[in-house]
Design a protein around this ligand. Structure first.
Ligand SMILES: Nc1nc2c(ncn2[C@@H]2O[C@H](COP(=O)(O)OP(=O)(O)O)[C@@H](O)[C@H]2O)c(=O)[nH]1
Ligand SMILES: [Mg+2]
Length: 205
């Protein structure tokens, strides 16, 4: 992570219209970004956040050997030890606060706190390790929090249609499934827009 505190150029964040104009009161909502270890949650938050994303990456040490499975992501040398946090203004007056869950099982105790007050969740999936997102799917189904499945398609891996992933995961028809790339801002925004739309559909008028 870039050290924003020590780099004034980096920390000079562009102000959003809702931050500059008096009398403008944006709607702020909380969104959880979940999924297995190495699926791209930190990348997802970093791609869209208009503030320097707060992340608590730590260099993986031998302590996490055997605990964190990096066989599918051998280039990964850091891991999120607590959570990611970012902010994105969608639609001028709708501000999303993104909270990335820590993937590792030993941090699941944090999920209830992260989910509290959220309007919904993005469950990220990697088609090479679909089963890694089952705990997140089960969790959001059990607490009836609206969610979408965002399939982070890593280039060079086989491409699957959204409907194939839906079937493989047994995700209900009402849940949007989107194919995206966590490094590409527009596809991350599309995933978030799908979630906000889905959450609104489920909210009683
Ligand atoms: N090629 C490719 N690499 C990605 C993509 N998304 C994430 N990565 C890489 O995969 C690794 C794991 O991503 P990260 O965001 O740290 O996963 P997290 O554990 O879910 O937070 C990192 O090295 C990322 O740079 C993607 O869409 N394509
Ligand atoms: Mg992470």
């Amino acid at each position: 992570m870039v050290d924003a505190v020590n780099d004034p150029a980096q920390s000079a964040e562009k102000l959003q219209p809702w931050q500059e104009e008096r009398g403008r009161a944006p709607i702020s909502v909380k969104i959880v970004v979940a999924g297995g270890f190495g699926v791209g949650k930190t990348t997802f938050v970093g791609s869209v956040s208009e503030i320097e994303p707060l992340t608590t990456e730590a260099v993986m040490t031998q302590a996490s050997e055997g605990t964190d499975d990096i066989t599918a992501t051998p280039e990964k040398t850091t891991t999120t030890v607590a959570m990611d946090f970012g902010r994105v203004t969608l639609d001028a007056d709708l501000v999303l606060y993104l909270f990335g869950t820590p993937g590792q099982r030993r941090f699941w105790f944090m999920w209830d706190d992260l989910a509290r007050g959220a309007i919904g969740a993005v469950v990220m999936a990697d088609t090479r390790r679909l089963e890694d997102c089952f705990p997140a799917l089960d969790y959001f189904e059990s607490c009836a929090l609206p969610y979408v499945v965002a399939v982070n398609h890593f280039e060079g891996t086989e491409y699957y249609e959204a409907e194939d992933v839906r079937e493989a995961l047994s995700v209900p028809d009402r849940v949007p499934v989107v194919i995206m790339d966590a490094r590409k801002r527009d596809t991350v925004v599309d995933s978030l827009t799908a979630l906000v739309g889905h959450a609104l559909d489920l909210t009683p008028a």
